[in-house]
Design a protein around this ligand. Structure first.
Ligand SMILES: Nc1ncnc2c1ncn2[C@@H]1O[C@H](COP(=O)(O)OP(=O)(O)OP(=O)(O)O)[C@@H](O)[C@H]1O
Length: 248
């Protein structure tokens, strides 16, 4: 039996001439929500680029439900859904056409998945906008379409880059509800965020990156305790990381 979930093992990687990640290891087990956090330039996006296969590991391995990204890249990618920070939509396709295209490209354009897509659209109050083009949609609406498109695929791993940017507070709560549903369904969820005040309430573990290395892995309570903070003051975590402790 394979380990169910994502395992990053001793990963080193980055860009030509710029080795950003240095032997990082962490897990996102099935049924867990993990937040990858760190200051600007710590290596979060670079880590995500490696997990979605945009960059290849220099050393180390990345496996999802026992499938190695280097050995079986297609099988690996077929188990994950990724929501980028910036929505990527085609100007000339309606919302409905986007969803059909996305499902068809994953060989899932059937009644069951379409029903799921409609449920998710309804959840975000977008069900009456099926014929709209991206140009007619607000930034937050475009972000919600990316969320719907990822969640309708029912993948084992969902990666969300900065989930809360551009969403109003009710929509942030709606997204957290959907993320928790994925956890309850036994999926792995990996988010990157700078919003610790929101993340500390729903993540199982924080993985803290600092200069391309793992600085800490643990629950929000463990992270607070090990850095001399409480759950109430955890939002100041990055002030400590930056050396602004006196400001607390
Ligand atoms: N395309 C690239 N080519 C070379 N170096 C890059 C490239 N993209 C990022 N870097 C470098 O990699 C390091 C990590 O950047 P990364 O984007 O992973 O950080 P991050 O933690 O996601 O930061 P932020 O919070 O600002 O999004 C930085 O030193 C950055 O300059």
């Amino acid at each position: 039996m394979f380990f169910m979930g994502l395992i990053i093992n001793n990963l080193s990687g980055g860009y030509a001439g710029n080795n950003v990640l240095r032997n990082i290891s962490f897990e996102v087990p099935a049924g867990k929500i993990v937040a990858l956090i760190g200051l600007n330039g710590a290596g979060k996006s670079t880590t995500i680029k490696h997990i979605i296969g945009e960059r290849l590991p220099y050393t180390g391995s990345i496996t999802l439900d026992g499938v190695d990204i280097t050995k079986d890249p297609t099988d690996f990618k077929n188990q994950l859904a990724y929501i980028p920070e910036q929505p990527i939509l085609y100007d000339e396709l309606t919302l409905e056409e986007h969803l059909h295209l996305m499902l068809a490209s994953h060989h899932l354009d059937n009644a069951a998945h379409w029903k799921r897509a409609m449920e998710l659209l309804g959840f975000f109050h977008l069900e009456d906008k099926l014929h709209w083009l991206p140009v007619n949609l607000s930034k937050g609406m475009r972000q919600k379409i990316m969320i719907v498109a990822a969640f309708m695929l029912d993948r084992d791993l969902i990666i969300i880059d900065e989930p809360f940017i551009g969403l109003d507070s009710p929509s942030q709560r709606d997204l957290i509800h959907l993320i928790k549903e994925q956890k309850e369904a036994g999926r792995s969820v990996l988010v990157t965020t700078h919003l610790l005040s929101a993340a500390k309430h729903f993540v199982d573990d924080f993985v803290v990156l600092q200069d391309g290395k793992i600085e800490f892995i643990g629950s929000p309570v463990e992270m607070a305790e090990s850095h001399g903070l409480t759950m109430d003051t955890l939002d100041n975590f990055f002030d400590i990381a930056r050396g602004d402790r006196d400001d607390l």
